[in-house]
Design a protein around this ligand. Structure first.
Ligand code: ZN
Length: 153
Protein backbone atom coordinates (compact mmCIF):
# COMPACT_ATOMS: atom_id res chain seq x y z
CA UNK A 1 0.00 0.00 0.00
CA UNK A 2 3.01 2.27 -0.52
CA UNK A 3 1.36 4.49 -3.06
CA UNK A 4 -1.92 5.03 -1.31
CA UNK A 5 -1.19 8.73 -1.72
CA UNK A 6 -1.82 8.33 -5.41
CA UNK A 7 -5.41 7.44 -4.59
CA UNK A 8 -5.99 10.68 -2.81
CA UNK A 9 -5.39 13.09 -5.57
CA UNK A 10 -6.65 16.58 -5.28
CA UNK A 11 -10.04 15.96 -6.84
CA UNK A 12 -10.74 12.95 -4.67
CA UNK A 13 -9.88 14.87 -1.53
CA UNK A 14 -12.00 17.77 -2.67
CA UNK A 15 -15.03 15.59 -3.40
CA UNK A 16 -14.70 13.61 -0.19
CA UNK A 17 -14.41 16.72 1.97
CA UNK A 18 -17.12 18.65 0.13
CA UNK A 19 -19.29 16.04 -1.55
CA UNK A 20 -21.57 17.39 -4.26
CA UNK A 21 -25.30 16.66 -4.15
CA UNK A 22 -24.97 15.45 -0.56
CA UNK A 23 -28.55 15.62 0.73
CA UNK A 24 -31.78 13.63 0.57
CA UNK A 25 -34.02 14.31 -2.40
CA UNK A 26 -37.64 14.95 -1.45
CA UNK A 27 -38.94 14.49 -5.00
CA UNK A 28 -36.95 11.28 -5.63
CA UNK A 29 -38.68 8.71 -7.81
CA UNK A 30 -36.03 6.04 -7.10
CA UNK A 31 -33.76 5.31 -4.19
CA UNK A 32 -31.59 2.47 -2.91
CA UNK A 33 -29.18 1.74 -0.10
CA UNK A 34 -25.69 0.39 -0.57
CA UNK A 35 -23.24 -1.11 1.88
CA UNK A 36 -19.63 -2.19 1.52
CA UNK A 37 -18.94 -4.35 4.59
CA UNK A 38 -15.22 -4.65 3.78
CA UNK A 39 -14.70 -0.97 4.44
CA UNK A 40 -17.88 0.05 6.25
CA UNK A 41 -19.03 2.41 3.50
CA UNK A 42 -22.76 3.09 3.55
CA UNK A 43 -24.86 5.30 1.33
CA UNK A 44 -28.38 6.01 0.24
CA UNK A 45 -28.81 7.17 -3.32
CA UNK A 46 -31.75 9.25 -4.56
CA UNK A 47 -32.79 9.76 -8.16
CA UNK A 48 -35.46 11.80 -9.82
CA UNK A 49 -36.20 10.10 -13.12
CA UNK A 50 -38.70 11.52 -15.55
CA UNK A 51 -39.42 10.31 -19.08
CA UNK A 52 -36.39 8.01 -18.86
CA UNK A 53 -34.01 10.85 -18.00
CA UNK A 54 -32.22 11.27 -14.68
CA UNK A 55 -33.11 14.83 -13.84
CA UNK A 56 -31.57 14.88 -10.41
CA UNK A 57 -29.34 12.66 -8.26
CA UNK A 58 -28.15 12.97 -4.69
CA UNK A 59 -26.85 10.84 -1.85
CA UNK A 60 -26.29 10.72 1.87
CA UNK A 61 -24.13 8.36 3.86
CA UNK A 62 -20.79 7.82 5.50
CA UNK A 63 -17.73 6.16 4.10
CA UNK A 64 -14.10 6.45 3.19
CA UNK A 65 -12.72 9.15 0.87
CA UNK A 66 -12.90 6.86 -2.16
CA UNK A 67 -16.54 5.85 -1.72
CA UNK A 68 -17.66 9.39 -0.93
CA UNK A 69 -15.82 11.01 -3.81
CA UNK A 70 -16.98 8.30 -6.21
CA UNK A 71 -20.61 8.89 -5.19
CA UNK A 72 -20.12 12.64 -5.48
CA UNK A 73 -18.59 12.37 -8.96
CA UNK A 74 -21.31 9.94 -9.99
CA UNK A 75 -24.21 12.19 -8.98
CA UNK A 76 -22.61 15.06 -10.92
CA UNK A 77 -22.22 12.89 -13.97
CA UNK A 78 -25.72 11.38 -13.95
CA UNK A 79 -27.76 14.53 -14.32
CA UNK A 80 -29.33 14.75 -17.74
CA UNK A 81 -28.36 11.19 -18.69
CA UNK A 82 -30.87 8.61 -19.84
CA UNK A 83 -31.16 5.39 -17.84
CA UNK A 84 -29.46 3.51 -20.68
CA UNK A 85 -26.57 5.99 -20.72
CA UNK A 86 -26.18 5.68 -16.95
CA UNK A 87 -26.01 1.88 -17.16
CA UNK A 88 -23.43 2.15 -19.94
CA UNK A 89 -21.25 4.45 -17.85
CA UNK A 90 -21.54 2.00 -14.94
CA UNK A 91 -20.41 -0.89 -17.12
CA UNK A 92 -17.53 1.14 -18.57
CA UNK A 93 -16.45 2.32 -15.14
CA UNK A 94 -16.62 -1.18 -13.67
CA UNK A 95 -14.58 -2.62 -16.52
CA UNK A 96 -12.13 0.24 -16.27
CA UNK A 97 -11.51 -0.51 -12.59
CA UNK A 98 -11.41 -4.29 -12.73
CA UNK A 99 -9.49 -5.07 -15.88
CA UNK A 100 -5.81 -4.73 -16.52
CA UNK A 101 -4.83 -1.30 -17.72
CA UNK A 102 -4.86 -0.56 -21.41
CA UNK A 103 -7.37 -3.21 -22.43
CA UNK A 104 -10.35 -1.34 -23.68
CA UNK A 105 -12.33 1.36 -21.98
CA UNK A 106 -10.92 4.74 -22.88
CA UNK A 107 -10.28 7.09 -20.03
CA UNK A 108 -11.56 9.96 -22.16
CA UNK A 109 -15.01 8.44 -22.28
CA UNK A 110 -15.18 8.30 -18.49
CA UNK A 111 -14.24 11.93 -18.02
CA UNK A 112 -13.63 12.81 -14.39
CA UNK A 113 -14.37 9.26 -13.26
CA UNK A 114 -11.01 8.18 -14.65
CA UNK A 115 -9.47 9.93 -11.65
CA UNK A 116 -10.51 6.89 -9.62
CA UNK A 117 -8.42 4.60 -11.83
CA UNK A 118 -5.73 4.47 -9.16
CA UNK A 119 -7.83 2.08 -7.08
CA UNK A 120 -7.27 -0.61 -9.69
CA UNK A 121 -4.15 -1.60 -7.77
CA UNK A 122 -6.17 -2.25 -4.64
CA UNK A 123 -8.96 -4.81 -5.09
CA UNK A 124 -10.66 -4.00 -1.80
CA UNK A 125 -10.72 -0.32 -2.79
CA UNK A 126 -12.42 -1.13 -6.09
CA UNK A 127 -15.50 -1.95 -4.03
CA UNK A 128 -15.35 1.46 -2.38
CA UNK A 129 -15.24 3.09 -5.81
CA UNK A 130 -18.04 1.00 -7.32
CA UNK A 131 -20.42 0.98 -4.33
CA UNK A 132 -22.33 4.05 -5.51
CA UNK A 133 -22.66 2.54 -8.97
CA UNK A 134 -23.97 -0.80 -7.71
CA UNK A 135 -26.44 1.22 -5.66
CA UNK A 136 -27.43 3.17 -8.76
CA UNK A 137 -28.06 -0.06 -10.61
CA UNK A 138 -30.25 -1.31 -7.73
CA UNK A 139 -32.18 1.97 -7.63
CA UNK A 140 -32.87 1.86 -11.37
CA UNK A 141 -33.99 -1.76 -11.08
CA UNK A 142 -36.32 -0.82 -8.24
CA UNK A 143 -34.56 -3.23 -5.91
CA UNK A 144 -35.92 -2.88 -2.38
CA UNK A 145 -33.28 -4.76 -0.40
CA UNK A 146 -30.04 -2.92 0.40
CA UNK A 147 -27.25 -3.81 -2.01
CA UNK A 148 -24.01 -5.16 -0.60
CA UNK A 149 -20.72 -5.28 -2.47
CA UNK A 150 -20.29 -8.79 -1.07
CA UNK A 151 -23.39 -10.15 -2.82
CA UNK A 152 -22.80 -9.18 -6.40
CA UNK A 153 -19.20 -10.07 -7.02
ZN1 ZN B 1 -14.29 2.46 1.45
Amino acid sequence: MADLRDLYQEVIVDHSKSPRNFHPLAEASHHAEGFNPLCGDRLTLYLKVQNGIIENASFVGAGCAISTSSASLMTEQLKGKTIAEAETIFQDFHRFLTQESGTGVEEARLGKLAILGGVREYPSRVKCATLAWHTLHAALQGQAAPVSTEQDQ
